[in-house]
Structure formats: structure tokens, C-alpha cells
Design a protein around this ligand. Structure first.
Ligand code: HEM
Length: 512
């Protein structure tokens, strides 16, 4: 019989065993992080990649994980993403410090996957940090002022009219039945492309899925089982190496498509072949303040380079597309499933139209019940399930010691379904949003909080408001026989989505 010493020498065996013991010791040491700080956590395991598999393996699991663990451990607990400790915090007082008061200690959302998104997307607001983020954010913020949004209102109305037109056709030819994800996905893309970039992509026209919609969908099909993603989670230092090869976790054809779309739009404006320069949109604003790489090296505090303009144009399209689409799908579903709420909202819409002579910016923004319905729908189906911040230095908050480099995660979705804060949390009840002063902004934050919150929040809300007002002015919304019943099953990708198809029905209103 073959003895181990026939295969390898005693020295080699000793060396191998020492390496295995050292690795095991290293892992053991890493997994002492929470124990040393008395922070409750599940026991990590090699097979579970820490607690990563339980946490991320099943897309459904993530949304219940937070609630169950908060119940088990209280508002602060730990999770190991392989070797990285993630501090999950649901305590509103601590969150207020992290997001607002101590923002300078927690200025960034992540410290991984910042450099493997492709050259342009690495320069977007989502991925940048430090001075680069500050410069880009302050350059982009004025784009979402009331005056600029008002100027973009007409474009949003036009896209919403197109959606109503195609739904009218559906009512005439298909008994009113439509696929909510498809319809609102196309509307959302049309709005963001034309209001933000003056690119009329007309994704709502025709039966076939337009190329831009196919490409936008690809951006959200990143799988957590992608080996490179897993490798970077396990060995974060590998990111620098993948970055050297300009690796991107996004599909390359999607990146190239949006990059050339943006370049064509920039070119059109440069050539002066259109009157686009007069338009108020995001791209024009960025082009107006374009600076060179040299200016940035010399310390420019405002302006964006061409690479940053391309990257941020892409991120606006992508960040604005899926989130707003999801919000619209869920809101339409909730209204279809709650006729009493729908009727009350229709009444408010008609009164607003009468009072303001149409769906004006001011009229829409003064609709209280509409805002309540949107807020409640965003609570029930929070498009972004979790958020994060990284501690840039050691800090102690309310007795909780958070060392430099720790990733803090906030389980938005869990907090929005926690019966400590919400009565019947899985029910759609707009009335609970009547007085927002009674709702803790650290418990309900669908758009994040503090200086790094969602820059597109007001744009998204305006789009949702206009689209729903137009829709309910012209149609009654109903569920179909096969529409899943509430609460909807959701899956987590990078946004929360309905697991099943959502078929809804439009019935033209008799006042039309
Ligand atoms: C219902 C729709 C939307 C939801 C629920 C949503 C949610 C969020 C959340 C939770 C964040 C993280 C904020 C934080 O870290 O505190 C975020 C960031 C961001 N969102 Fe949105 N968003 C929506 C629509 C939009 C739209 C329409 C745009 C663009 C026009 C947009 C662009 C961005 C960008 C660029 C960031 C990164 C901001 C930064 O790091 O400075 N979002 N969004």
C-alpha cells in the first residue's frame, strides 16, 4: 500500500500542513472580529463562506434575513461576507450619526467593486470617492433644482402621454391587459433618456423590445455567482489586478452600447447641428462645465472631464431606469389591488386638474394623497433593499466601537417591514404616511439619507407622480385573474423586483 511518504517527502508534508494551519489560523483570527467586540452574529463557516451563502445565496433569503436576525439579535448584529465583517445596524439613533452627523467619517458607500465597472463607470457618482466624488456631486446637484425640474416637466409629460396612448391601444385591442414591468420599464427609460439627455429613444413604440431596453436590462443582470465577484469578495486585493486589465463586472456589450450612445449625443451637441444647446438637460449642464484632466490634476473643485461625463450619463440612465420602473410597477399594482385608494386618488387628480388647468408642476407637487400613496408603496416594496457606509477612521457611536474600514449596512427593506415601527407592515395603508413628521427619517429612507443620498430623488418622484396622474386620469386600473396576490414575492438583485410577472388591466374611464 502506498504510504504518504511515497507521494511527498516529510519536509513537503510539513510545509503543506503548516500552510493549511496558518490559513486556518488566519481565517479564525478574521472571524474573531465580532466576538472580540461582543457583537452578536451567526457562527461563520468555511462552507457557508462566512455567512455569505445564507445571506446572499438565495435571492429570496436576503429580504427575510434582516428581519429574522434583528428579531434574534437586536438592532446591531454582524455578518461575515467570507472574511469581511459587515456590521448591520437598524438603530435609528446610530444611523443618524452615521448618515448625517458623522458623514465625514462615513462618506462612501462601499470599498469594493469601485474599480471594476469599466473605465467610464468607475468615474460615476456611484463609484467615486473623496475629492472626485465631491467635485462631481457639487457639479451635478444644480441639475435637480426646482427650476431645472420644472423645465423638464414637459418632456416627462410627453413620455407619459405616449404611455397612455399605447395603453389606449391595449384597451382597444387586448382587453386592456398589459405587462406592468414591460410598460413601466419602457416609460422609465424614455423619460430618463429624453429628459436627461434629449435622446428620443421611443422605447414605447412597437411590439419588439427595443435594443436600448435590452441593453438597460443587461446592466441589472449581474449575478452574485459571477466567479470574479466571488473572488473579489474573498480576496479584495484582487480588485486592483482586475482593474489593471480594465475588467468590468458589467457586460462589455452593454457598456459599449451606452458609451457610444452618449458619445453620439455629445457629438450632436458639439456640431451644433441641432438646437439641443438651448435645452435644459443633464448632459448640457455637464458639457457646460467640462474641464480637462489637466484642470483636475491642478485641483479644480467644479466641473467634469469627458470620461466623467460619459460615465455619469450612463449611471443616470441606469440608476434612474430600474429603480423608477420598480417604483411605478409596485405603485400601479397597489392601486389596482386597492380600489378604494385608487378612487380617492382619482378624485384628487380631477380636483387638481380643475384647479390648475392641467397637470402642472405645482399642482402635482401639492397633491397630498398622491404623495402618501407613493411613500407607502416605496415603504412596502422598497426598490433599494440595503444601503451601506464605510468607516474611514475609528469611531465610537453610542458606545458602539466601529473600527476604520468597517462596512456598515442598513437593511432598508427590513426596517420598512419591522412591526416595531409599522402596524401591519405587509399591508398597503397610505394613511400611515399622512404626517411625515411622525415617521423617523432613519427608519424610512427609500432614497438614502445625508449628503450622499439619491441625487435623482426629486426627478424620480416627479416622473412617478406625472405617470400615475396621467394613467389614472384616463383609466381605471384593475388586477387580472392571474395577477399574484399581495404581499408580492420579491427577489433581490441590485434592486427589489417582483418575482412573478405583474399583469394589470386598464379600463378607459367614462369621463374620457
Ligand atoms: C424610485 C426611484 C429611485 C430610488 C428608490 C433610488 C434610491 C437610491 C438610493 C437608496 C441611493 C443610495 C443613497 C445613499 O447612499 O444614501 C441612490 C443613489 C443614487 N441614485 Fe437613486 N433612486 C431612484 C431614482 C434615481 C434616479 C431617477 C436617478 C438619476 C436621474 C438616480 C441616481 C442616483 C445616483 C447617481 C446615486 C448615487 C449618489 C451618490 O453617490 O452621490 N436615482 N438612489
Amino acid at each position: 500500500m502506498l504510504s504518504p511518504l511515497d507521494v511527498l517527502s516529510i519536509e513537503t508534508w510539513m510545509l503543506l500542513i503548516s500552510v493549511v494551519v496558518l490559513i486556518r489560523f488566519y481565517i479564525h483570527k478574521k472571524w474573531q472580529f465580532f466576538k472580540n467586540r461582543n457583537i452578536p452574529h451567526d457562527q461563520p463557516s468555511l462552507l457557508g463562506l462566512g455567512s455569505f451563502i445564507a445571506f446572499m445565496g438565495d435571492p429570496d433569503a436576503m429580504v427575510t434575513y434582516d428581519l429574522e436576525h434583528k428579531q434574534k439579535y437586536g438592532p446591531v448584529f454582524g455578518v461575515y461576507f467570507w472574511l469581511s465583517p459587515i456590521l448591520v445596524i437598524c438603530d435609528p439613533e446610530i444611523l443618524k450619526q452615521i448618515f448625517i452627523k458623522e458623514f465625514s467619517t462615513f462618506p462612501n458607500r462601499q470599498n469594493k467593486f469601485l474599480k471594476v465597472n469599466g473605465k467610464e463607470m468607475n468615474a460615476s457618482l456611484l463609484s467615486t470617492t473623496g475629492d472626485q466624488w465631491k467635485r462631481i456631486r457639487s457639479t451635478l446637484t444644480p441639475t435637480f433644482s426646482s427650476a431645472k425640474l420644472k423645465a423638464m416637466m414637459g418632456i416627462i409629460e410627453q413620455c407619459s402621454d405616449e404611455a397612455s396612448k399605447s395603453l389606449k391601444m391595449v384597451a382597444d385591442t387586448k382587453g386592456g391587459r398589459f405587462d406592468a414591468k414591460e410598460t413601466f420599464g419602457r416609460l422609465s427609460l424614455d423619460v430618463i433618456c429624453s429628459a436627461a439627455f434629449s435622446a428620443n429613444v421611443h422605447s414605447q413604440e412597437g411590439e419588439e423590445t427595443p435594443k436600448i431596453v435590452q441593453m438597460a436590462k443587461k446592466a441589472f443582470d449581474i449575478s452574485f455567482t459571477n466567479p470574479v465577484i466571488l473572488l473579489i469578495i474573498m480576496f479584495p486585493w484582487l480588485e486592483t489586478i482586475f482593474h489593471k486589465f480594465d475588467y468590468s463586472i458589467f457586460p462589455r456589450d452593454m457598456l459599449n452600447y451606452f458609451k457610444s450612445l452618449t458619445e453620439v449625443l455629445i457629438q450632436k451637441r458639439r456640431s451644433g447641428s441641432s438646437n439641443l444647446k438651448q435645452r435644459v438637460d443633464l448632459m448640457q449642464l455637464m458639457l457646460n462645465v467640462k474641464v480637462s484632466e489637466e484642470d483636475v490634476k491642478n485641483g479644480a473643485t467644479k466641473g467634469m472631464t469627458l470620461n466623467e461625463i460619459i460615465g455619469n450619463s450612463m449611471i443616470m440612465m441606469l440608476a434612474g431606469y430600474e429603480t423608477t420602473k420598480s417604483a411605478l410597477v409596485f405603485l400601479a399594482y397597489n392601486l389596482a389591488a386597492h380600489k378604494d385608494v385608487q378612487e380617492k386618488l382619482q378624485q384628487e387628480i380631477e380636483e387638481t386638474i380643475k384647479e390648475h388647468g392641467g397637470l402642472t408642476y405645482d399642482g402635482i407637487n401639492n397633491m397630498k394623497y398622491l404623495t402618501m400613496c407613493i411613500n407607502e408603496s416605496l415603504r412596502l416594496y422598497t426598490p433599494v433593499a440595503r444601503n451601506a457606509r464605510i468607516a474611514e477612521k475609528d469611531i465610537t457611536i453610542n458606545g458602539l466601537n466601529i473600527p476604520k474600514g468597517t462596512e456598515v449596512q442598513v437593511p432598508f427593506y427590513g426596517m420598512c417591514h419591522d412591526d416595531e415601527y409599522w402596524d401591519e407592515p405587509f399591508e398597503f395603508k397610505p394613511e400611515r404616511m399622512e404626517d411625515m413628521n411622525k415617521i423617523d427619517p432613519m427608519v424610512y429612507m427609500p432614497f438614502g439619507a445625508g449628503p450622499r443620498n439619491c441625487i435623482g430623488m426629486r426627478f424620480a418622484l416627479m416622473e412617478i407622480k406625472m405617470a400615475i396622474c396621467k394613467l389614472l386620469h384616463e383609466f381605471d386600473l384593475d388586477v387580472c385573474e392571474d395577477t399574484p396576490s399581495a404581499p408580492l414575492k420579491v427577489v433581490f438583485r441590485d434592486t427589489i423586483r417582483a418575482k412573478d410577472d405583474i399583469s394589470l388591466k386598464v379600463i378607459p374611464r367614462c369621463n374620457q
